[in-house]
Design a protein around this ligand. Structure first.
Ligand SMILES: [Zn+2]
Length: 105
């Protein structure tokens, strides 16, 4: 594995909370695959405060990023469920930091 992106996120080995694959996960408990999907979903949903890639961008850049992702990956959500039915708070169950389970590197 390329060590350049190995350590920057404080990744550790665990089971991915989204796809149940055991391997390297990030601080949300997501494998790289699912983390990418989540990131794209957050951009699609314009959840900029949760989006690592959109957080620092201007509104204009965010829209461009969103258009680009939709062009490349489609507009359907990949990981999180569309929350159209219930307008309740975000259903990102895995983002409720379970601090006690977090293992130190
Ligand atoms: Zn996964």
């Amino acid at each position: 594995m390329d060590k350049s992106n190995d350590e920057e996120w404080g990744m550790y080995d665990s089971q991915c909370v989204a796809c149940d694959v055991y391997g390297r996960v990030n601080d949300l408990g997501l494998c790289m695959d699912c983390a990418d999907k989540l990131e794209r979903d957050l951009v699609r949903e314009r959840d900029w405060e949760y989006s690592a890639s959109g957080f620092l961008l201007s509104d204009k850049d965010r829209e461009e990023l969103r258009q680009q992702i939709i062009r490349e990956h489609g507009k359907n959500l990949e990981l999180i469920e569309p929350r159209r039915k219930s307008r309740r708070k975000k259903r990102l169950s895995f983002s409720h930091g379970d601090a006690s389970r977090q293992s130190k590197r």
